[in-house]
Design a protein. Sequence first.
Length: 133
Amino acid sequence: MDFINDKFNSAKRLYEIAGEARKNAYAPFSNFKVGAALLTKEGKIYTGVNVENSSYGATICAERTAFVKAISEGEREFTAIAVSAGSEEAVPCGICRQFIYEFAPEILIITGTDKNSINIRTLEELLPMGFRL
Ligand code: ZN
């Protein structure tokens, strides 16, 4: 996926992949299913879904699932992450914003309500003063 030269179509495609991943979300408590698709600088895509738990605090969001998969496979450089929650636009929660900031402070965040209605924002717009040790 050549994100630099074809930003808008790549963003749409990444959003679609997030939507496909969403089908695997495990959200029996909230019924709010979310999928994410994380694009590395080299063009690989890692997907993630929200995984809820009877002990609610053990729940993990789709964005962090995708990051944990990628980081655990050795990835360290990221270009964009798309988040799909079906017909509702979902932007990453505060925990995910900080989690993403650790690895990719300049990443693009793609959200939307369908592939023809997407928003592309920088993480800095969503988290202006991320925490870093
Ligand atoms: Zn989150």
